[in-house]
Design a protein around this ligand. Structure first.
Ligand code: FES
Length: 642
């Protein structure tokens, strides 16, 4: 029989096939990555390819439109229904009639690259846990008395080469009706090639997943299309557990003091997640029942509470986790009401203080793929610190306390509308200018008062505190020991006495906002803990200086990196290499949602992460005391003077 040469771009894979071979089949045989849900029936449209016309002497192929068969009825019908771009063909319908060069557009590849992080255009390959398979099942027959499920499995084996599939009782309960409603044609969602998690009558082309970052302060959720990888809706909310305690430890104390209190905390976080699912699905007009995969990340206490595990053991040494392994369970087991058959994946925890959120940060920033020594700091009530490169990776957490989040600061507040987030102080006059969240204007610009009248100037948030204290230091108001200099009171009415110490007035009048000596102390303690933790990790690697620093977390992504260095929160580093990288834990959760192998990768990797327990390190106290000074008692900051 006559054969033809076919080459697929961009992979360049080529081979000879008999006249009349479907292009999709040739692709399969050559290992070319082309998507399909309908299994070559001309329904899903995922197998589209471009016929390239022209001479490709380099590849030894001359292709013409006539190298492929004309549109058949199925393709014609698809085109009428869904529209097919000019030059596009369904590769399952087009037959090879001559030598051909075929372009596989990115949208038709299963393993296409998708951008997960805008900032550095980080791309990952699509390889989601859930795949959809349209299948035609044999009808039951008196002479062949096998069960519906067994016939479904036989069809999946024959049409999709899927074997040994399991399903749970809920799927079985619906199976017979679905098969009959679909007239023996159904679409099956298979989780990681082993487990049926949903069956639709007839053809279904859509499956969705959610990536959830359960923070102690906020919960953030992304709804993703599992075929394109796109985020189609996002939402966030305050963690409803806040009513049981502002920070992590107060929530653990709540549980310790109120037997059964963990149930309330679990219920609170689960209801928050269900509320967010309702929001994102409404916004994207998606049936919540089509959410088939969920990925959760969170610190160890959030992780345990969401799973319904009492976090008491995490409240004190030796901070034992119930489990540090990754887990895949039914979403119904964590109270997800929308689709109980959704599979939920929890990233592994690293240690009692360093959780699945840090594992997600590592996945997102991938220091393990780089030679550069990267220091990653997730700033929150605890700072999680990761240091390393492609050879070694260390992790620790440092008890910074909630000062960076605005707690323990007299006029402090969370980052919300009305909070001062940027501050500049004129070194001559000592007059401040500031900006609040919710307005683009600086306080000395026309229209500022008018614009902020509604939202008010209500307090100062973490990034604002960092800036004002760093600016006070740069303006000479604050000594290197962190003392507000009373002598400056003669120079400016902004510096006022408060008993035996002094304070700095950012805004006077009715809604007065002041930085007290105690506020400076609180920040000094927090930043010293952060620095000391980072220094301990650097010691372990015999490192004088790191190549780059990445700040993440709600606060870490908001902070002006220069001021973080002026204060000595972070070690000296080329400022160009210090970046605020946004919510890296959320990005990591998305990566795990869209890419199976990333899950395997992080599970293996966390086993090799060296955990440093800052509390038992003999040098911690000394490093902490030295780091109280601004920027530091002894460590030089040459990069700052550049
Ligand atoms: Fe579904 Fe071709 S494989 S349309």
């Amino acid at each position: 029989k006559k054969t033809h040469l076919i080459a697929f771009m961009p992979s360049g894979k080529r081979g000879r096939f008999p006249n009349g071979t479907p292009v999709l089949e040739a692709a399969r045989l050559l290992g070319v990555d082309i998507d399909s849900v309908c299994g070559g029936r001309g329904i899903c449209g995922r197998c589209q390819v471009d016929m390239t016309v022209g001479k490709f002497s380099k590849h030894g192929v001359t292709s013409h439109k006539s190298s492929l068969s004309a549109f058949n009825e199925v393709e014609q019908k698809y085109k009428e229904r869904r529209n097919l771009k000019d030059g596009r063909r369904l590769s399952c319908q087009a037959l090879l009639l001559g030598d051909a060069v075929i372009d596989v557009p990115a949208t038709s590849q299963v393993h296409k690259q998708v951008v997960v992080k805008q900032a550095d255009d980080r791309k990952i390959e699509m390889d989601p846990a859930i795949r959809l398979h349209f299948v035609q099942v044999l009808e039951p027959d008196m002479h062949n008395p096998t069960g519906d499920f067994e016939r479904l499995c036989a069809a999946l084996k024959q049409q999709w080469d899927l074997e040994n599939l399991e399903c749970d009782i809920r799927t079985l309960q619906k199976l017979q009706k679905v098969l009959r409603d679909g007239h023996w044609s159904v679409t099956v969602a298979v989780h990681r090639g082993t487990r049926i998690t949903k069956i639709w009558p007839g053809f279904n082309n859509q499956a969705y997943g959610i990536a959830v970052d359960v923070g102690s302060t906020t919960i953030a959720m992304h709804l993703c299309d599992l075929s394109t990888g796109a985020v189609i809706a996002s939402s966030g909310m305050m963690n409803p557990q806040i009513r049981y305690g502002e920070d992590l430890m107060s929530r653990v104390s709540y549980v310790m003091m109120n037997p059964g209190g963990e149930l309330l905390l679990t219920e609170a976080v689960r209801s928050g997640i269900n509320g967010l699912i309702a929001e994102v699905t409404t916004e994207a007009k998606v049936d919540p029942d089509d959410i088939l995969n969920a990925v959760f990340v969170g610190n160890p206490i959030m992780h345990h509470l969401l799973l319904g595990i009492d976090p008491t053991e995490l409240g004190g040494a030796p901070f034992a986790l119930a489990t540090n392994s990754a887990m895949t369970i039914w979403a119904s087991e964590v109270g997800m009401t929308s689709n109980p058959d959704c599979r939920a994946y929890f990233l592994p925890c690293i240690a009692g203080h360093v959780g699945a959120d840090t594992a997600a940060v590592i996945l997102s920033e991938a220091p393990y793929l780089q030679e550069q020594m990267t220091l990653i700091i997730d700033v929150g009530t605890n700072a999680e610190i990761v240091l390393g490169n492609n050879e070694r990776l260390l992790a620790a957490s440092s008890p910074t306390g909630p000062a960076f989040e605005g707690a323990q600061i007299s006029c402090g507040q969370r980052a919300a509308a009305g909070a001062i987030e940027r501050v500049r102080i004129d070194p001559e006059t000592l007059e401040p200018r500031f900006k609040v969240i919710g307005s683009d204007l600086w306080s000395d610009e026309d229209g500022f008062e008018e614009e902020t009248r509604k939202i008010g100037v209500t307090g100062i948030c973490g990034s604002g505190i960092i800036e004002v204290i760093a600016e006070m230091y740069l303006a000479g108001i604050l000594s290197s020991d962190g003392v507000i200099d009373g002598a400056m009171a003669a120079k400016s009415p902004r510096i006022v006495a408060d008993g035996r110490t002094f304070s700095y007035v950012i805004r006077d009048g009715e809604s007065e906002i002041k930085i007290y000596q105690t506020d400076v102390r609180a920040i000094q303690l927090a930043k010293a803990a952060l620095y000391a933790g980072a220094k301990l990790l650097m010691d372990k690697l015999d490192l004088e200086k790191v190549d780059r620093i990445q700040l993440t977390g709600a606060f870490g992504s908001h902070i002006d990196t220069k001021y973080a260095m002026v204060l000595g929160m972070i070690p000296d580093c080329n400022l160009k290499e210090v970046q605020a990288v946004g919510n890296a834990a959320g990005v990591g959760a998305r990566i795990a949602l869209l890419n199976n192998s990333a899950r395997d990768e992080i599970e293996e990797l966390v086993k090799t992460v060296e955990k440093i327990e800052t509390a038992v390190e003999p040098n911690f106290q000394q490093y902490f005391v030295e780091a109280m000074a601004i920027p530091h008692k002894t460590a030089p900051y040459p990069e700052l003077s550049k």
